[in-house]
Design a binder for this molecule. Structure first.
Ligand code: ADP
Length: 198
């Protein structure tokens, strides 16, 4: 059985998934990071990506993720094409790592930003990191040099967080400060996680 001890860690862009993942790591949990794996898959697919997008997405001979992102967030058909190319490779890596972790018989997390959108992973348990949109925009602005328009393009390419809230097994509200996020993670680990039937 795939993903026996897996918990999908998900949310929206800038909702705090990576921050939550770092905290979970501090508490000793293994994390599989789908974004890191996606970057690796992208590097290994350079030739095919150029075939789709031409060399305008290159900077000094390498795929420039910012250029690529600017194109795909404006064009759903191209976004789907890229996703169809990369997804099988990403899933293969994720499965490889999750098999190793399942062998340890302890829960682990897979940080999958688009878990609910893509429905590629048959994982029961989901931990959603939620924020209100105003906080989300504010935090993305601080983290990335993106215009308001580009931020909204990225947010609107995802299922709204209020909707994801209804789909998730457990929701952590990350509108507060980092101390609050840490407290919420501790609460989850102490009160909820031990009762999950894997
Ligand atoms: P994601 O991985 O979901 O895109 P991040 O974990 O990178 O989101 O968080 C987005 C930004 O918001 C980062 O700069 C992060 O440091 C910051 N951040 C996350 N949670 C909080 C919080 N509770 N208080 C203040 N800043 C936060």
């Amino acid at each position: 059985m795939n993903f026996q001890y897996a918990i999908a860690l998900t949310g929206g862009i800038g909702s705090g998934k990576s921050t939550a993942a770092s905290l979970l790591k501090l508490y000793g949990y293994a994390i599989i990071d789908a974004d890191t794996i996606a970057h690796k898959a992208l590097e290994q697919s350079t030739e095919e990506v150029i075939e789709i997008f031409s060399d305008i997405i290159l900077t000094e001979g390498k795929i420039d993720r910012k250029k690529l992102a600017n194109i795909v967030f404006k064009n759903k058909a191209l976004r789907n094409k890229l996703e169809n190319l990369l997804h099988p490779r990403i899933k293969e890596y994720i499965l490889e790592q999750s098999h190793l972790l399942d062998g340890k018989n302890i829960p682990y997390f897979i940080d999958i930003p688009l878990f609910f959108e893509t429905k590629h992973y048959d994982i029961e348990e989901t931990l959603l990191i939620f924020v209100e949109q105003s906080t989300q925009i504010e935090r993305i602005k601080k983290r990335n040099a993106l215009s308001d328009e580009a931020i909204l393009e990225r947010i609107n390419a995802q299922i709204p967080l209020h909707q994801k809230k209804k789909l998730a097994k457990y929701v952590i509200n990350n509108n507060g400060d980092l101390k609050n996020l840490q407290k919420e993670i501790e609460k989850y680990l102490q009160n909820y996680l031990p009762n999950i039937k894997f």
